[in-house]
Write a protein that binds this ligand. Structure first.
Ligand code: 5GP
Ligand code: ZN
Length: 111
């Protein structure tokens, strides 16, 4: 739990969120500012500033499990998983999270 971290507060329940799934190490919630009809965030329960700090293989595997479980639960066929690392790549919340986007076509390369 890191003081003043919005996602730590969501994990603890101090800030409300729409939770769609929970695994041992992650929660999956709806993004407050959705960029697609389905826009979810996989958030680790433990605080890591970004993906470079996630070195625990059990947690890394749990993130993949959370993505696959929620895709199965919501019947997502085509979806995009995004992790922004660093301000220049678009990271705005410095608690590691993975976006799951679905429900519209996506272009490549991303902007
Ligand atoms: P980033 O820009 O760090 O890759 O993604 C942060 C994401 O967190 C953004 O898509 C933003 O809309 C979402 N977000 C920020 N604050 C909150 C919040 O309090 N609740 C929820 N559900 N999403 C949030
Ligand atoms: Zn945090």
């Amino acid at each position: 739990m890191q003081k003043d971290c919005v996602f730590c507060k969501i994990v603890s329940g101090e800030i409300p969120s729409e939770k769609v799934l929970e695994t041992e190490h992650c929660i999956v919630i709806k993004d407050i500012n959705p960029q697609a009809p389905v826009h979810l965030l996989v958030i680790t329960k433990e605080h890591f500033d970004d993906i470079t700090q996630v070195r625990d293989r059990e947690i890394a595997a749990d993130i993949i499990d959370a993505i696959n479980e929620v895709a199965e639960k919501l019947n997502l066929r085509d979806f995009r998983v995004v992790n922004n690392r660093g301000r220049g790549a678009g990271q705005s919340v410095f608690h590691v999270h993975f976006h799951i986007l679905a429900g519209r076509p996506f272009s490549w390369p991303p902007g």
